[in-house]
Design a protein around this ligand. Structure first.
Ligand SMILES: [Zn+2]
Length: 139
């Protein structure tokens, strides 16, 4: 099982650090329950914009297996995530950052677990009810 990767998110951004991992989905504490098989390549990079704002670039790619909610058979699913998440200190800052066009923000405290962050992004990207296309469930 992947161990938590706890970082100070602001220092991580200021130092332009990168964390990456390539792991079987079974190694992720929460994703292990969602997928039947597959592997994910994850990368989180810290950055600073011209105005001193801090943000994380999160990318996750891989091919995984999901359980079809209609036939309970396996279906293949591609994970392709590329997101920029601005760091907010409080609710007001979060609202301000999210109001900007094409901007996503997260509220973070002194520490962030990067494994947890990547899992959140993958879970958010999944279809609510995974199903084969209409009429395409294997008989
Ligand atoms: Zn199906």
């Amino acid at each position: 099982m992947l161990q938590p990767v706890v970082v100070d998110p602001r220092r991580f951004c200021r130092d332009s650090r990168t964390w990456d991992a390539q792991s079987n989905v079974a190694e992720f504490p929460r994703l292990a329950h969602e997928f039947t098989q597959g592997a994910l390549f994850c990368r989180v990079t810290g950055n600073t914009d011209q105005r001193g704002g801090l943000f994380l670039q999160v990318s996750v790619q891989g091919k995984v297996g999901l359980v079809c909610q209609r036939c309970l058979g396996e279906m293949r699913h591609s994970v392709e995530i590329a997101r920029v998440l601005h760091l907010a200190r409080n609710e007001a800052e979060l609202e301000r950052l999210e109001a900007q066009p094409d901007s996503d923000a997260i509220l973070v405290g002194e520490t962030v677990d990067l494994v947890d962050l990547v899992e959140d992004e993958v879970l958010l990207s999944l279809p609510l009810a995974a199903k084969h296309a209409e009429g395409e469930c294997p008989a």
